[in-house]
Design a protein around this ligand. Structure first.
Ligand SMILES: *Cc1c(COP(=O)(O)O)cnc(C)c1O
Length: 410
């Protein structure tokens, strides 16, 4: 790590203990590395020799000493060719980057492994998050591993299975009732940080420049797994825009280091019930004009970020890459969830499957060409929301324990 650069005022801070936002203007900061120096050591050849996972790319992550790394074996997830769905929607080459395979079953593990490692490096004792579920789940697990106390402010409507995951790891789950305006989970997290000195690890990068660095390792892996041939499109489900911002940073860094020749066009998929980023892209709204989404409503709880904290970096990445954005309805998301499970054997939660719904629309609209190479990120696992899965799948049949009953079924 070379410096921490404010994305708002441009001020550069040397790496400094306990720094989370710009000291001058309070803006969001980005970690900058000595890419020239690192690319002498991090080459295609040297990477191929290393074991997989997030920490394979340590030179490009903001942790000074290896002894501070808190790991549960995150990353190194497979890229799977999705021939069945590809055929069905008319795409020749479709890959799934299956992030459900992470330790707590979402990509957020990559971020929290980096974030908690940095908190340990800072000597933190208490971490706090504001999250609709998965970020808190991941933080709780990594905090448990590191022996840190963890507070999680979650929306009152967070699914039971996610709450179970968070509490099981010993974190204090605090359900926060909704408010007319703003995001009260964030307000409380910020209060915990400012008032009690807890280390903030929200799912967004606007209040912590370290953990979203973890997301970019998805892109590093995709480059390697596709034998350094960058796909034409990468499709990413979006809430706050943190995942997309991180993934884009990964591609741009590898391009800058000369490891790949181009950056893919990046697509943001949001739910129509909470789509501030998709709206901004489609209607060419500048980032300062983005407003809090009124009454967010969607089955995809992981995509509910009424105020998209990382819209600045997300919009920039989508535009710079020549990508686009699209919003999909809950019905479309549930169809996509079924399709992934039934055609490809991948069980995603609604937020993890929404990308497929967006991809189908973009192929139908002719924006993505049938011959384009596409990577679809499946961001979170279906066991996190079995209530929804049970609603959309066939009911089991009850029979008496004899062979005749089976015959009757046939
Ligand atoms: C958090 C999350 C997202 C959205 O990520 P953002 O960084 O908020 O845009 C997508 N899918 C799943 C499963 C998530 O948990």
């Amino acid at each position: 790590m070379l410096a921490l650069r404010c994305l708002k005022c441009g001020h550069e801070h040397p790496p400094k203990k306990g720094l989370y936002v710009c000291e001058k203007c309070g803006g969001k900061i980005e970690v900058v590395y000595d890419y020239g120096g690192i690319s002498k050591k991090v080459t295609r050849k040297s990477l191929e020799k290393r074991d997989g996972g997030v920490w394979k790319y340590q030179e490009l992550l903001p942790i000074a000493e290896r002894k501070n790394i808190v790991s549960l074996g995150e990353g190194g997830t497979p890229v799977i060719r999705a021939e069945n769905i590809g055929k069905e929607i008319g795409l020749k080459t479709l890959y799934l980057k299956d992030e459900t395979r992470n330790p707590t079953s979402s990509f957020k593990d990559r971020m929290m492994s980096v974030g908690v490692s940095k908190a340990v490096e800072f000597g933190a004792k208490v971490v706090v998050t504001a999250s609709s579920g998965n970020a808190a789940v991941a933080l709780a697990a990594y905090a448990a591993k590191a022996g840190l106390k963890c507070y999680a402010f979650v929306p009152a409507k967070a699914p039971e299975s996610k709450v179970a995951q968070i509490s099981m790891h010993g974190a204090k789950v605090v359900k926060v009732l909704g408010k007319e305006k703003g995001d009260p989970t964030y307000e409380l997290m910020l209060a915990g940080w400012k008032k009690f000195g807890w280390s903030p690890l929200p799912s967004a990068g606007a209040f912590n420049p370290y953990h979203w660095e973890g997301a970019k390792t998805i892109s590093y892996e995709v480059c390697e797994q596709l034998k350094w041939k960058v796909p034409d499109w990468v499709v990413i489900t979006v809430g706050a825009g943190t995942l997309l911002s991180g993934c884009a940073k990964g591609y741009f860094e590898f391009e800058q280091m000369g490891l790949v020749e181009k950056v893919p066009k990046i697509v943001a998929v949001q739910a129509t019930g909470c789509a501030p980023i998709a709206k901004a892209v489609r209607e060419n709204i500048p980032v300062e004009k983005i407003e809090t989404w009124p009454n967010p409503q969607t089955i995809a709880g992981g995509l509910v970020d009424p105020f998209p904290w990382d819209a600045d970096t997300a919009l920039n990445a989508i535009r710079k890459s020549g990508g686009t954005a699209i919003a999909v309805t809950d019905d479309e998301i549930l169809e996509a969830e079924k399709k992934l499970a039934r055609r490809e054997g991948v069980f995603a939660e609604p937020s993890g499957a929404a990308g497929l719904a967006g991809l189908e629309k973009l192929v139908a609209e002719g924006i993505i060409d049938k011959s384009d190479i596409v990577v679809l990120q499946v961001t979170g696992g279906g066991l996190k929301d079995t209530k929804t899965a049970l609603k959309i799948s066939d009911k089991p049949i009850v029979i008496s324990p004899d062979v005749k009953s089976i015959e009757r079924l046939l």
